[in-house]
Design a protein around this ligand. Structure first.
Ligand code: MLT
Length: 393
């Protein structure tokens, strides 16, 4: 018996599992310390009332023979896919309900989509990068190439025609940097993908945080239907990090290598995934109702205000950062020339504040650090005060 040797090429631990391990060790050794966690992007506000009502009703349905549900439809219930399609329409993008596949989240789909592509494909990711794209393709044994993001390009890598790629991961607004592409910039990526006969895997899990006039979907860009798959999630938009529900959009006409991509993904999902439960799909549909949209906006505003509080403190301290405006993440340059992990330890030990070291997102993340705005308001203010005090000493 042999294991998949590609696992030997992974860093030992998933980034956020590694951080949790280090923080738990520190907390065990220092039980009296009040640690504030602004590391993993996990939400802290409860689900919206209309969402909870729908979930309770969905659970109630399961208690009666007449309304009981077993296996859901493989692509997700039609009423939820219709609601998602209507949501796209609300910001001017046409996506058919029959092009949407409901799942347990964007993270799993971004990794699982690898199943439908050959292992000889070259994968292009931006660096810094959400580790799921890299780790999933290392597991599959694919060659990965990196497009550099830095202060010089405002952490927005652009395509380079001298480089060939088959699969291109883009995330906008970006995790971890918070940088968001304009329509023109996305157009350049779409045109490049079409020239290379590549597929763009577009992660827009943070689209609900866009405040400026920027595309909420890759399908707002001309030609995207010929080359893109989009992943989105209710985790950050509506607080579903624990509840789990997301969706993937594949244009019906998208083909590569003589195969229809929608059909391949449907085949993969029907084989390995049994869908999202009835109460959760009912709850997800409620997110897209008028009332649901109003209620989730309140939570989104709360997180956006947290982002402003963090950004204001960095402005006061004269620290360079990106994000925080169209994104729940603030990506800052580590002060005093510290490395990412040095700053992680420094903040943990001296201020009892947890963030995410930029180096965990790739070599271009070295010297940078990510803070999330998904924390509790009072704790965010307390964390910011501690950071200001520490860095003014
Ligand atoms: C993040 O904080 O980047 C994500 O929420 C973490 C994850 O998906 O594991």
């Amino acid at each position: 018996m042999k294991i998949n040797k590609n696992f030997d090429n992974l860093v030992p631990n998933y980034l956020f599992a590694e951080i949790a391990k280090r923080v738990n060790e520190y907390q065990s050794a220092n039980p009296d310390k009040d640690i504030i966690r602004l590391g993993i992007g996990d939400v802290t506000l409860p689900l919206a009332p209309v969402v909870i009502e729908a979930m309770k009703k969905g659970a109630d349905d399961l208690s009666k023979k007449e309304t009981f549900r077993g296996y859901p439809d493989y692509e997700g219930y039609a009423f939820l896919r219709e609601a998602i399609s209507g949501y796209y329409k609300s910001f001017g993008t046409d996506v058919g309900a029959d092009e949407i596949l409901v799942s347990d989240g964007a993270k799993s789909d971004c990794g699982n989509i690898c199943d439908i592509f050959g292992s000889e494909n070259v994968v292009l990711v931006t660096d810094p990068v959400y580790p799921v794209y890299v780790d999933s393709n290392i597991m599959a044994g694919r060659k990965i190439i990196y497009a550099d993001c830095s202060k010089a390009n405002n952490f927005k890598a652009m395509p380079d025609d001298s480089i060939d790629a088959d699969i291109i991961y883009l995330c906008s607004p970006n995790n971890p940097t918070g940088a968001a592409y304009t329509k023109q910039e996305l157009q350049a990526w779409v045109d490049y993908a079409i020239r290379k006969d590549a597929v763009i895997l577009y992660d827009c899990a943070y689209e609900a945080f866009i405040t400026e006039d920027l595309p909420r979907s890759i399908f707002a860009v001309e030609g995207a239907r010929k080359c893109a798959i989009e992943f989105c999630s209710l985790s950050k938009t509506a607080g579903f990090t624990g509840t789990r529900c997301g969706y993937t959009v594949i244009p019906r006409e998208l083909e590569r290598d003589g195969h229809n991509i929608y059909k391949l993904w449907y085949r993969r999902q029907a084989t390995k995934f049994n869908g999202v439960s009835w109460p959760v799909q009912c709850a997800a549909a409620a997110v897209f109702s008028d009332e649901g949209q109003q209620q989730i906006k309140v939570n989104l505003e709360y997180y956006k205000e947290n982002a402003r509080i963090i950004a204001d403190a960095l402005d006061e301290l004269g620290i360079y950062y990106t994000g925080g405006k169209n994104s729940p993440y603030i990506w800052l340059e580590c002060p005093r020339g510290m490395s990412s992990w040095e700053f992680f330890d420094f903040l943990l030990e001296k201020a009892n504040v947890v963030g995410t070291p930029g180096a965990g997102f790739g070599s271009n993340g070295e010297g940078f650090f990510r803070l999330t705005s998904f924390g509790d308001r009072d704790k965010t203010i307390e964390a910011v005060n501690r950071i200001k005090k520490l860095l003014s000493e």
